[in-house]
Design a protein around this ligand. Sequence first.
Ligand code: HSE
Length: 291
Amino acid sequence: MLTVRAPATSANLGSGFDVFGVALERPADIVRVEKADRTTIDVTGAGSQYIPEDPEKNTVGAVAEALDAPAHIRIDKGIRPASGLGSSAASAAAAAVALNELYDRGKSREELVPVAAEGEAVVSGDAHDDNVAPAILGGFTIATPGGVRCVDADVPLVACLPDIVVSTRDARRVVPDGMRVSELVETVGNAATLTTGMHRDDPELVGEGMYDSVVTPARAELIDGYDAVREAAFEAGATGVTISGAGPTVIAACHEGDRRAVGVAMLDAFEDRGVDAWVYQTAIGGGATLY
Ligand code: HSE
């Protein structure tokens, strides 16, 4: 039997829609695999009651199929589904790393990214690399059709998950069809600023580069209290605030000393709206780990 821990991830980071992602130190999913004649899946943990155990409907079933690696797979969810924290991507990434090892398939970590993305497509309806890439490789990742680039960055982050469900399918429906050239210029500038910040471990540049005026405002409508939470985080010292992935988690970059105050401010702002929330004081972390 093999055990793999794969981290939560935050995609987009504002200006890098469908391209940027970061691995978070916490929370994480734990996946255990054992060789079997056919694939069976057991799911326990956060939100497990909403996750199908049928291999044809579960993200890890598709990964087992793609690697021709039937197994008994046990998933212990630390990451609630439909959170914007790469829940399905973490399970897919962990299963890809574990089954590659269990069956000695010899694929590199980079080669496992599209395999895990196919698994994620089972639940999201679309294959995106922006969550599975950091879940497998760790750090800050830039996923483009040309491949995945990975930067080992260290920036404090606060992720605040409200008790609201936003499905990725719904959040993709509200993405605008196009953008003006002025918005394109702004987005390129912010994405470049953020990338420079990641190379320098600089929370100010990362925060500045998280600004996005195209996709984020459209999606903010789906998150009750988003504007108030964003403002509260900035007042408490956040250097940048945006929606994590498709939401509803709100993610903030900050300096190490402000992490606690930013988390409390975000929780309080959701509470003022009558919305329960959980906060993860976290940072950019490593990728899937084999035990
Ligand atoms: N980049 C994706 C989105 C992440 O924001 O829709 C979810 O797969």
